[in-house]
Structures are given as C-alpha cells and as structure tokens.
Design a protein around this ligand. Sequence first.
Ligand SMILES: O=P(O)(O)OC[C@H]1O[C@H](OP(=O)(O)OP(=O)(O)O)[C@H](O)[C@@H]1O
Ligand SMILES: Nc1ncnc2[nH]cnc12
Length: 181
Amino acid sequence: MTIDSVLSERLAAGLRDIPDYPSPGILFKDITPLLADPELFAASVDALAAAHRAGTGAEVDVVAGVEARGFIFGAAVALSLGVGFVPIRKKGKLPHTTVSAEYTLEYGTAIIEVHEDAVHPGQRVLLLDDVLATGGTAEAAAGLLEGIGAHVVSVSFLVELAFLNGRERLSGRDVKAVLSY
Ligand SMILES: O=P(O)(O)OC[C@H]1O[C@H](OP(=O)(O)OP(=O)(O)O)[C@H](O)[C@@H]1O
Ligand SMILES: Nc1ncnc2[nH]cnc12
C-alpha cells in the first residue's frame, strides 16, 4: 500500500454517507466527522495544500472559498499557503458592492456573491471547496471571480463525486481532488 493510499483511506474514514439528504436520491457526503478529528482535519488541509504545490506549481495570490463548507478548508489552506482568503457568500451576506451569479447544484439552486473589489486585476486565485458534485457551484464561483478580474489558476476539492461529471462543467480548468468516488 502506498503512502497516498494510506492517507486516502484515513481521510475517507472521516466521511459519512447520509442517504436521501437533503432530498430523496441524494447520497450526502458528510465531512463533520473529519472536521471533529484534529489529525484528520489537519491531514485534509495538508493534502489540499500539497496537491496544489505539486500541481502546476503556479503561485497563487489568494485562495477563494464558497460559503459555507468552502470557508472551512479554503481559509485553512490560505493560511497554509501564506496567502489571503476571499469569501464567496450566499446572497445578501456581503456588506459592500457585490457581483452575483445564480446557479444550480446537485440539490437545488442558489445565488452566490463576491465583493466587486475582492481581488486586484490579474490576481491569481486558487478556488477551493469541500465537494465537487455537478460542478454548478464551482463553475459559477470561477465565473464570478473572473468577472471581477481574477485569474483562476486552479480549482481544488477535498472530495469529487466523479459519477456526477462535475469536471465537464470545469473543462479547460486545472481541477484537482484529494478523494474521488
Ligand atoms: O458541484 P455542485 O453540485 O455545485 O455541489 C457542490 C456544492 O454543494 C455544497 O454546498 P451547499 O450549497 O450545499 O452549501 P453549504 O456549504 O452551505 O453546505 C458544497 O459545499 C459545494 O459548494
Ligand atoms: N452529495 C453531496 N454530498 C455533500 N455535499 C454535496 N454538495 C453537492 N452534492 C453533495
């Protein structure tokens, strides 16, 4: 067994499958057991940061994350990489002037927003979230960031639900996932 597969098994053991949540037919990947375990939480953040460093090697200026679960990993990875964090929030939560996007995700629709001045033109952004399902959220978030002048260098996830083909929505982008199902 390789080191990577040992790490993958450890991280996977921190996830819990919840059938039919939040609606019938959805198999929800619950990250809360992993978050409650300090070693697993740290290992997941290390794995996300390491995957980024080992990838294209592109330096980033900031990490962006989507409310709410993307904040947990995004903020931690930003600290690990020594860069700032840009919050992309659900509608109505950001106090300054925003740009917004409506999108569909695996179990509904939502609107996300970012401050219009959240990045400087050309700033290199690593977009981070916990789960890649249909890719609707990440596609909308990347589009928002690019709409305010960011260069989205890479899009990374702790978990990819590959059977939902989210990567197709992100084609042409550098997409990474620590765990894939
Ligand atoms: O690939 P998609 O089909 O777009 O789904 C992925 C998104 O769904 C979840 O967020 P959710 O909107 O449930 O919000 P939460 O983080 O507040 O739980 C998850 O954290 C991703 O952001
Ligand atoms: N099946 C799923 N589990 C956890 N988060 C999700 N976000 C979208 N689909 C999801």
